[in-house]
Design a binder for this molecule. Structure first.
Ligand code: SF4
Ligand code: SF4
Length: 82
């Protein structure tokens, strides 16, 4: 599943440079995660970096509507970095 940013985001931008897939961008008013580029950090880190650096608990969550297996996420990461 890709992550999504929900209400509570204070647009601090801390997450944007930490994403290994350049999936995060500034939105209005919330920052946005491109689901086509988010691998939940599979392929790069053990945990989602955006959540690790976000100062607001609970404003980055998995998008349950976008179910992807770990294998699919690994393939997505490889395709993005080919
Ligand atoms: S979970 Fe990882 S890949 Fe997905 S948006 Fe956050 S930092 Fe980027
Ligand atoms: S780190 Fe958290 S609060 Fe800051 S822009 Fe990203 S999602 Fe929003």
């Amino acid at each position: 599943m890709a992550m999504q940013i929900i209400d509570g985001c204070i647009a601090c931008a801390a997450c944007e440079p930490e994403c290994p897939n350049q999936a995060i961008s500034a939105g209005d008013p919330l920052f946005l995660i491109d689901a086509a580029r988010c691998t939940e950090c599979v392929g790069a880190h053990d945990t989602p970096k955006c959540i690790d650096v976000c100062p607001i608990d609970g404003c980055i969550v998995v998008d349950a509507a976008l179910a992807e297996s770990r294998e699919m996420l690994e393939q997505k990461y490889q395709a993005l970095h080919a």
